[in-house]
Design a protein around this ligand. Structure first.
Ligand code: IPD
Length: 271
C-alpha cells in the first residue's frame, strides 16, 4: 500500500490517538491544574495538553519521520529530512480543554492527515467515553463499524444547531448577539465545548447543523472531514472554504438558509 494513502494514514492516526487519549484520561484521573493561559485568562493550557501533544509528536516523528506537523500547543514542526513534506499532521491534543479541566465528558484528541494540502484522513476520540469517529476522503465517516449519515432535515425551523464561542470577550459578545438573533429561527441551540466532537455529533445526526467563527485548523480538520464524509455540506461564507472566519456544517438543504441567516447577522464580523 502507498505509504501516504488515506487508509494507511488513518491507521496511524487511530493508533496514535488511542494512546494519546489513554494518557489524557489517566492524567485527568490524577488531577488537572492550569499550567498557563493563552489568548485570554479563560483560554487555559493544562499539563495534559502539553504532555499529550508531545506524546503524539514523538509517535508521529518515530512512525513518519519525513512528515510535517501542526499542533495546538507547540505550533509547526518541520520534517526530519530536508525534502519538503507532502504529509502534514494537524493535531489538537485536547479539544475541549475547559470541559477537560472541569471533568465534563466532552473533550477529545483530534488528529488529521493532510496530503498536498488536502485533509484525507481524520480521527476524533472522546477521551472520557472512548467514542471514536474516523473518516477518509471518499471512504466515508465511521463510528464503531457503523457508517455515518447526517440528518436529512430540510426545515431550518426544525434544525438543532450546535455552535461555540471564542475566548476573547469582545468576540464572545458579538457571537452571543448572533445566537440571540438566530435562536428564534431554529429548533434550538447547543454549546457543548469541543468543536471536534461537535462536528462528529452532527455527522451522526445527533444534532442537525453546526457553525462557528474563529476555529483554528486543529479544532476542525478531522471533524470537518468526518462531517463532510457523512453527507454534510461543509463550507465558509460566500463560497469560501471553511476556516477561521467561519465553519458551517449543515445538511445539504439547510446549508443555504443557515448560511444566509448567518450572513444577515454578520456572523463573521466583529472582532
Ligand atoms: C475550543 C473548543 C470550543 C470552541 C473554541 C475552541 P480548545 O478548543 O473547540 O468548543 O468553541 O472555539 O477554541 O481551546 O478547547 O482546544
Amino acid at each position: 500500500m502507498d505509504r501516504s494513502s488515506a487508509p494507511e494514514l488513518l491507521d496511524i492516526a487511530v493508533e496514535v490517538a488511542r494512546n494519546a487519549a489513554d494518557t489524557a484520561y489517566r492524567m485527568r484521573a490524577e488531577g488537572v491544574s492550569v499550567t498557563a493561559t493563552k489568548s485570554t485568562v479563560t483560554d487555559v493550557v493544562t499539563a495534559a495538553d502539553r504532555a499529550v501533544e508531545r506524546q503524539i509528536s514523538d509517535a508521529l516523528r518515530r512512525l513518519r519521520p519525513d512528515d510535517a506537523m501542526l499542533g495546538e500547543e507547540y505550533g509547526a514542526a518541520q520534517p526530519g529530512s530536508d525534502a519538503p513534506a507532502r504529509v502534514r499532521w494537524i493535531v489538537d491534543p485536547i479539544d475541549g480543554t475547559v470541559n477537560y479541566l472541569y471533568g465534563l465528558p466532552h473533550s477529545a484528541v483530534s488528529i488529521a492527515a493532510e496530503v498536498d494540502g488536502e485533509v484525507v484522513a481524520g480521527v476524533v476520540r472522546n477521551i472520557h467515553t472512548g467514542e471514536e469517529w474516523t473518516a477518509t476522503l471518499g471512504g466515508g465517516a465511521w463510528r464503531d463499524g457503523r457508517r455515518l449519515r447526517c440528518s436529512a432535515e430540510t426545515d431550518l425551523g426544525q434544525t438543532l444547531v450546535i455552535t461555540g464561542f471564542g475566548y476573547d470577550p469582545a468576540r464572545r459578545a458579538h457571537q452571543a448577539r448572533v445566537v440571540a438573533e438566530l435562536i428564534p429561527h431554529v429548533r434550538d441551540i447547543r454549546r457543548l465545548g469541543a468543536a471536534a466532537i461537535d462536528l462528529c455529533l452532527v455527522a451522526e445526526g445527533r444534532a442537525d447543523a453546526y457553525y462557528e467563527k474563529g476555529l483554528a485548523a486543529w479544532d476542525q480538520a478531522a471533524g470537518a472531514l468526518v462531517a463532510a464524509e457523512a453527507g454534510l455540506r461543509v463550507g465558509g461564507l460566500g463560497g469560501r472554504a471553511p476556516g477561521p472566519d467561519m465553519v458551517i456544517a449543515a445538511p445539504p438543504a439547510i446549508f443555504a438558509p443557515l448560511h444566509d441567516r448567518l450572513v444577515d447577522l454578520d456572523a463573521d464580523g466583529g472582532p
